[in-house]
Design a protein around this ligand. Sequence first.
Ligand code: AMP
Length: 302
Amino acid sequence: MSLLVVGSVAFDCLESPYGKVERAVGGAATYFAVAASFFAPVHLVAIVGDDFSKEDAAVFKGRPIDIEGLERTTGKTFFWSGRYSQNLNERVTLATELNCFAEFKPRLPEKYRNSKYVFLANIAPDLQRDVLHQVKVKPKIAAMDTMNYWIERTNAELRETLKHVDILMINDTETRELSSEHNLLLAAKHIFKMGPSTLVVKRGEYGAMMVDKHGIFCVPAFPLEEPHDPTGAGDSFAGGFMGYLASVGSKSDAFLRRAMVYGSVLGSFAVEQFGLDRLLQLKKPEIHGRARHFRKLTQFKL
Ligand code: AMP
């Protein structure tokens, strides 16, 4: 079952204690698409400028990622630059240059309009809603991400979009800000009243937590000795999570739990090297090997 993603494709400048990369192909939709493509065919909707070359687009090549929905326009591609602290837990955004992304009006090619699995990466909430309107039949799962910028500046628009999605996948700071609740469980209750029936809270090196009508499920982050660059970990998590669900075609509790593990697995690979480097070398058996490792990590007897 194919999976639709809409979001940013970008050039990133990344700096961490492990080094610096000046111009890496990145963007939320890119990380999501590459991660999800290990499980299911992906339909990508995004925009790039005329500085985005064939070589740059090679990150999508040789994978089941359809880029008919990747619009090309004149001008520059979205540019983002960030620097991480010594322990990689804090990040400062040094630059966000929207460039052609400022004019982005997502248009779904006809063949994308029957998508049963939809992920709305971090873009303006009214654009996220517009994408959902272009999908002909109500998707089996519509999930979305957002960020403090939209929570603060377009709160009413965001709340309107939230009414139409099943799963909200955000980090702990965003969860607290959106709900005005410090406690994440109280925050989840609050968020359920806004529309989503499942909340996935991404908590960086502390793992991820899913809350829904079945209860709470937590996965750790995979312990790594030398993470290099956390950029895109959240989007790769979302790609592993949604890609897995699209591949099994079910949203029962057991599959949602496994999706959490595959999300964590893809997020953990993403941070091992700069930008997309590790995901681009990744092989499917490594994914399953790490998933088995997760089982060992969390197994105990009572
Ligand atoms: P994450 O580390 O999960 O927050 O994702 C980082 C990726 O999101 C980078 O590759 C950026 O290009 C992209 N990004 C950063 N800021 C924005 C934004 N305001 N809108 C869309 N994408 C963004």
